[in-house]
Design a binder for this molecule. Sequence first.
Ligand code: SF4
Length: 332
Amino acid sequence: MAAPSKAQLLNEVYTLLKKRYKLEPRSERLTVLEAVVYGICHEGTTREQAEQALSRFRDQFFDWNEVRVSSIEEIRDTLAGQPDSEERANRLRRFLRQLFEKTYGFALDGLSKKPLKESIKSLQEYEAMGGDYVLATVIQQALGGHAMPVDEPILRGLRRLGVIDEGADAASVRSLLERAVPKNRGVEFVDLMEELTHDTCVAGPPDCFRCELKKICPTGQARLTSEKAAAKVAAKDAAKASKAPLAAPLPPPPPPPPAKSGPTKATTARATPAPQAAVPPTPPKNVAPTKSAPAKSNSSKPATPESAPQLKKTAAPPNEKSGKPPKGRSTR
Ligand code: SF4
């Protein structure tokens, strides 16, 4: 079966994301100047963050001239919570200064009455439009043209979905999207992609299990396959471990040493057993002591099973009748 075209793939992405995310309706169209500020605040962030920042500028400053003459710290504070707030503050103030130097005011709305190409040409004179994102935002949000602002999160999502190649730049991707997505879906498509890339398809490991697009996304498929394989291996290992024989029981601990009634020194010393005093074995009552059983060997060596019979032999009683010792045995 032939691979779906980019337009078909993007249409499928749009349909699935529309089922997943419920978008807030957009308010009325922005003025050109507001769209520039909104674009600066929106690149790499969410629609909600950008709307809040724009709202704070409206509430906290008397007009755009006050923002122009404010310090970077004051503008940065208004952008609180946004990544790279200082860089955005600088960019915004440079734009307002450039606008003021060109027009001696802050009126850009005349551009919305001009042909789109002419308006774009005028806007491109401003440094803030250097990145394609802000210009595309102004065209989409203020001039009524068909433009698809593409920032890093959207590039990331489209790369993972296999819509664009690894090295594709924002301008070429924007042009691809503007050809493949119809104008009446343009704003919605970008908003849905933004929801996706700030929900599951985030920077770092994406949360493909929760993603609505996992059935059509090659990255999601690859991740799910490898995670399933890893889960199988883990389950096999767990099963093997549960079948393995139990470890042999430990031998019982040795009995505690008998309580000693020796000198108190032995009790305070380390657990080294005190040397036992050599006690000569007590001869049996019916065995007479003989010279052949020297006391030395008895005291230095403990009586062993082998030596015990010898003692009996050497200590055999004399013949009861004769009173003499048995023949062949020395009594000495
Ligand atoms: S399946 Fe995963 S990689 Fe693909 S779009 Fe969803 S979150 Fe991103």
